[in-house]
Design a binder for this molecule. Sequence first.
Ligand code: BTN
Length: 233
Amino acid sequence: MIGSPRVHHRLTDSTNERAKQLAEAGAPHGTLVTADEQSAGRGRQGRVWTAPPRSAVLMSLVLRELDERLPLTAAVSVCEALPVPAAIKWPNDVWIGRRKVAGILVEGRPQEGWAVLGIGLNVLVERADFPPELRETATSLQIEGGVSSGGECAASPVEQVLAALLDSLDRWLSARPNLVLEAWRSRDALKGERVRWSSGEGLADGIDDSGALLVETRNGPVTLDAGEVHLLR
Ligand code: BTN
């Protein structure tokens, strides 16, 4: 079972940074680093990732069984762990109703046999907690009605979501690649939508078996295997 051993920080710079350090020191497959709060949380494309203390799942896993589709598998795992319907914006943003609820950052040294899978998932974040520029595009489980009052469960909502996420990751990390691709495709938020990227624009047409995004443009089909695309709303 992944998630053990677990190191929890009340405050750290970045759980990905801590997990990378542990991986370099020989930590086993499945080692989990979590935090209540990060002072230098990292996002994709050099962005920062912020969340108020104890309001988000902030986790990084050391993985030693590598698979190039890890970013896709992680996105499917997050969707499957959520109590409300979610979709995936290529390559691995998790959306509820076209707003981002979770982000995934995979970093690693394949030549040294490890990767770090970092996930930030907004659980109790309130709309006013998001910086103004993110208020229309970000969301949380709380905002989307996906946090129950807890009842008799002693664990905090963030811990409950973490437990569901680890369970889901455990199942999907060992799933057959065709099942992961099928699950990803069934949650594709961009399929048939107009998208733009740094050098073009077109209609998103799903992913190929390597996870690259297929786009139909005026000049013919284009395959994007990295980078960022934006939905033209
Ligand atoms: C994105 O840009 O969408 C990816 C965001 C990933 C954020 C998580 S929070 C836990 C882990 N530690 C980090 O510094 N980043 C990831």
